[in-house]
Design a protein around this ligand. Structure first.
Ligand code: CA
Ligand code: CA
Ligand code: CA
Ligand code: CA
Length: 300
């Protein structure tokens, strides 16, 4: 009995000592996060082909937008994991999307981004050659009719409400695309609003559908995907944001203090998908602890 009590007291002393050390660190660390910019890679991209419900290109090096010589439509899909790269509670201030266009027979054409309203997938379909014809969709690929294709029983697969994808009618951004090279969309107020929505509601982060000029033919443009072997040609979403003024104040009492510290320690080693994973790297660990300690005290 005595031994047990003594062991408990030792543990308590050890805990208090640790806490004391932790409380002293802020005086050394100091400082607060300033406005920041993050470059996000695409987490998925794909092409849907109007001539077939069974064509896709989830794993291809390219995606397509516009109308082919034969009059068939191609629409690109592209999404980014905003919540993984931007701290929860941030205010998005500027958003640009850079794509590299690598092949076209058409001249200058408008290519627009529309926010996608239904979740969709990227399977392992990999079109041959220049990839314009697509490939047989695999499980989980988006196609003209389906959001997550099922090879065993396609009609049973989850489908778009409308063939060709479900998306906001108004474009979030448009850009004229001419010869091969890099093109940038934004920043527009709607792109900022889209990314803010995805940050605040990660379950709605379905990205944009990339649509070419569908009023004439040919207008198709080929863009490089996140699978492209040339890394510098892969899509990049650049997001600037104001971090929340006091992200480590988990309990909202306007100060970073012991209760917040205990919340963080209580989530140690877990992936809460938001606070107290302050740096959004998917686990509550030392960097999050240091960030909390650096903001110790009253909120600004
Ligand atoms: Ca892809
Ligand atoms: Ca290929
Ligand atoms: Ca607090
Ligand atoms: Ca973390």
């Amino acid at each position: 009995m005595f031994a047990v009590r003594r062991a408990r007291r030792s543990a308590a002393v050890l805990w208090c000592t640790h806490l004391l050390v932790l409380l002293l660190i802020p005086a050394v660390c100091g400082g607060r996060a300033a406005a920041d910019t993050v470059l996000l890679p695409a987490t998925r991209d794909n092409t849907i082909y109007s001539e077939s419900y069974h064509l896709s290109n989830g794993a291809g090096e390219y995606f397509f937008a516009g109308v082919t010589l034969m009059g068939n439509f191609r629409r690109g899909l592209i999404a980014f994991d905003v919540a993984s790269g931007v701290p929860a509670g941030s205010t998005i201030t500027d958003v640009t999307l850079q794509l590299h266009m690598s092949r076209t027979v058409a001249g200058n054409q408008t290519v627009s981004l529309h926010r996608v309203l239904t979740d969709w997938g990227e399977g392992t379909a990999d079109a041959p050659g220049e990839e314009g014809g697509g490939a047989a969709a695999t499980d989980g690929d988006a196609t003209w009719a389906y959001t997550f294709y099922e090879t065993i029983d396609p009609p049973a697969a989850p489908a778009w409400t409308t063939d060709g994808g479900d998306y906001a009618p108004a474009a979030s951004a448009t850009q004229s695309v001419d010869i091969n090279g890099f093109y940038t969309w934004g920043s527009t107020a709607q792109m900022v609003a889209d990314v803010q929505l995805w940050l605040d509601n990660p379950a709605s982060d379905f990205g944009w559908i990339v649509m070419g000029n569908e009023a004439q033919q040919p207008t198709a443009k080929r863009f490089d995907t996140h699978e492209n072997v040339e890394v510098t040609f892969q899509p990049v979403l650049t997001v600037s944001y104001e971090p929340p003024p006091c992200p480590a104040d988990f309990d909202g009492d306007n100060a970073v203090a012991v209760p917040d510290l205990l919340t963080l320690l209580g989530a140690w080693g877990t992936n809460p998908g938001g606070p107290p994973d302050l740096d959004g790297d998917g686990t509550v660990a030392v960097p999050d602890l240091l960030q909390l300690l650096a903001s110790w005290g009253p909120c600004p």
